[in-house]
Design a protein around this ligand. Sequence first.
Ligand code: AMP
Ligand code: MG
Length: 515
Amino acid sequence: MICGWRQNVSTVYLIITRRRSSDTVQPIPFDNSYTQLPARFFTRLNPTPVADPQSIRVNRELARLLGIDPDWLASPAGTAVIAGNDLPEGADPIATVYAGHQFGSYNPQLGDGRAILLGEILGSDGRRYDLQLKGSGRTPYSRGGDGRSPLGPVLREYIVSEAMYALGVPTTRALAAVTTGETVVRDTYVPGGVLARVAGSHIRIGTFQFFAAQGDEEALRRLTDYVIARHYPEAENADNPALALLQAVIANQAELVARWQLLGFIHGVMNTDNMLLSGETIDYGPCAFMDDYHPDRVFSSIDHGGRYAYRNQPGIAHWNLACLARALLPVLDEDGERAAELAQEAVDDFPGRFMAAHARGMAHKFGLSEVTDQDTALVEDFFSLLAEHQLDFTLAFRRLADLSDESGATRPVAEEFTFPDVFTGWLARWGDRLKQDPMAHGERQGIMYAANPVFIPRNHLVEEAIRAAEDAGDYAPFHRLVERTANPCVYDPADSLYALPPRAEQVVRQTFCGT
Ligand code: AMP
Ligand code: MG
């Protein structure tokens, strides 16, 4: 009895001291809404503290957007919050539940197994953001996992998500990264880390699937209304708001996956639990940007069948959206047949929307005001030549931008990349096509440079940054890569090492899940 009493007192004491540390100022201006949904949407629990947290990096600009003082965030007090050792006032930490198709097989219950949503914040841009800690300890959804994240995946997600943001791709973002002072066991012992991730929300296709599979129509309705209010308020006024929501998500995902294709980005794990209703890219596990172009390129070590290969990404997104449509059936119409018709029509819209977005972006990459049916051969021949000669996707397009105007306004990448002689014929055809295009001469190169970045987070650079951090505690390569990829479209020869494809010994052919 006495022992139990003592334990209770110390627990209460711990809670009081945790709260008291942030009594005077509220360092993070939380404004939570997901926790107002029914209790079966999540489990309330605190992050598990770590031994010795140290700040690696804070995203000062993002902190300011969220009304968080960047200096506080980088201080021991801010670091303790990101590590899960201290709970800031206003936080209402939860792990959310969801399901999902993983590599095509349905898993009826996944959920935040190594992440905790601290709460939501209204940004100075008027948008609502989730603040989530990834690697923050076990939850009821951890299944066999330890709830932790190795440092490597934390750094990878920080680098790649922020690079995607700089490239203008809708994405979750990295607010801060910390080390834990603990090791985690994977193939070997590796240092642990926590990433503070910021997203429009963390509601996934799998969140809808979870409730649909349980036949929980009430929950589906609540979730639908919530997502409409939070992300697609215009759908509220539609005749059929749930249908308008589905259509809007399909449109956003078509745009998103087109952006990935145009950048040579391979997500690697497009399970339905890794696709957000907000239309942002999430889950930077085994992702990678292609170096040399090949449509069948796969990086993920576990993607044996190439399900999530570069060329399959649009088709997989389409399939995933069909899963969303299916989950939404009960809220689309009371009449099951009518609901199925509406869902099918909406899903059938995806290919056209994807192709339109892709063609628009492709036109900019080639310096054309539009890509028409007559351009199909020109575009396809370019990609065939790239694949046949194993040329670098990013630099090939960048070089086209250089060649579109000889005025030399921007420094060319010619020292890093020139087209081999086999391209002479193709380049002449392209030059003729440019002459017929109405795009103003002075406008073309700027459009091409914006569409054809030169500094992307190449896999070998990401790996080098992780190796330096994990093996030698040296974060300089990580910081430099984050800073370099923050301005992806302006070439600076002084940083040519960041533009170069990997040398043979640097090539990374495989990436691994962040688990
Ligand atoms: P992901 O591959 O990141 O999409 O994760 C798939 C599922 O596995 C999610 O439910 C994760 O929360 C869970 N998971 C991944 N890694 C861990 C881990 N180390 N501990 C607990 N759960 C994990
Ligand atoms: Mg995931």
